[in-house]
Design a binder for this molecule. Sequence first.
Ligand code: NAD
Length: 411
Amino acid sequence: MNIFEMAQIPLNKAIETMKLDAGAAQIIANPERTLEVAIPVKMDDGTTKVFTGYRSQHSTILGPAKGGVRYHQNVNMDEVKTLAFWMTCKCAVAGLPYGGGKGGIIVDPSKLSKRELEALTRGFIDKIAPIIGEKRDIPAPDMNTNAQIMGWMMDEYSKLTGQYEPGFITGKAIAVGGSLGRTAATGRGVVVAALEALKLKGIAPADATAAVQGFGNVGSWTAKLFCDAGVKVVALSDVFGAIYNADGFDCYAVDEYVKKTGSVVGYPGSHPITNAELLAMKVTVLAPCAMELQITADNADAVQAEIICEGANGPTTPDADAILDAKGIMVVPDILANGGGVTVSYFEWVQNLYRYFWTEEEVIEKQTAMMIKAFKEVHAKAEQYGVDMRVAAYIVALNSLVEAMKIRGMC
Ligand code: NAD
């Protein structure tokens, strides 16, 4: 089973639970459009290399496609299609006027010079330009892409259209129309969702512990904002290894250390552990914030956390979900828990369209309110149908999508 088929398992459970008609289900199961492009780049050594890129627009039923662009050596079309599908559902759960899209380039960006990376980025935009735009498809950062890369993309697209185009892309630097609060937004959303889950279980943040897998954008902000909320963060990790401290980390200090050294490994006062040990740690909240397929049938039984709050996209497989459910572990699913990033991307787009900018306090207040509302809606659906939070989140998404499809005459 490939990852796209795997991702549809909870969707199909939601479809069965809701007794959704087959036509509507088929529309959701298939991406509207996928594009593969070849991007030639003149390398610093004078040779030319051709890179493969993808853009998938899973749905534009509720609005323009929306979703990040990932640079990674393992990117493939199935992964991009899956991530685009999750974006459709995530935007619908968050109540945003967006569909879902995603892009990627097969590349290890650490192997490119800054000039090569810029040339690749501009070449990708040239190739996907016919299908993107502020009312068609709005890219954003994802793994290994950042505000600088969004800036090059915005500049290239503005050159192609001959006009200033801040609204065609989000996750930009403030100087070119970025939103205050965007960098921390996904991690903030993970923490808001985790705090709601703790509330349901009657656990005060001060009595909770957390383990966070991944210390990139999502993981580092999740960890820092857990600290701000009074949750004791006892384990952290990245691709190089994991660290533990029973007394809890000052995650802002760890962030400074990572900025200097490139990894959490070796942080003074920490004990080295493995990523596998981190996932099995006895904590209140486990936040997988690294990448997909981390909690599987092979290691789910070892998980001891009371709550899993998914910062990454697709960190838990359907087989693992069944095991976790049987163990009574509450999983706050990715399409709910990590929707904070796209929510503030939506705020960025709104601010770009109006050319009127909000304070960071306004952004945080609006984001928190939207995420709590989405959490409560999903939890209410879980109670109503007697399903887990993941299936409930798909039910919430499908309700919005089907209503719009019916009104638009699609089914
Ligand atoms: P990032 O590249 O900034 O960070 C990824 C982190 O994961 C790094 O610390 C890396 O070392 C670590 N990592 C990679 N492989 C690992 C492994 N096998 N074990 C442990 N750690 C590992 O990426 P990010 O933007 O933080 O995204 C992380 C996840 O969150 C992805 O699944 C992404 O799709 C998802 N996500 C990101 C955003 C966003 O706004 N950035 C929004 C929603 C979802």
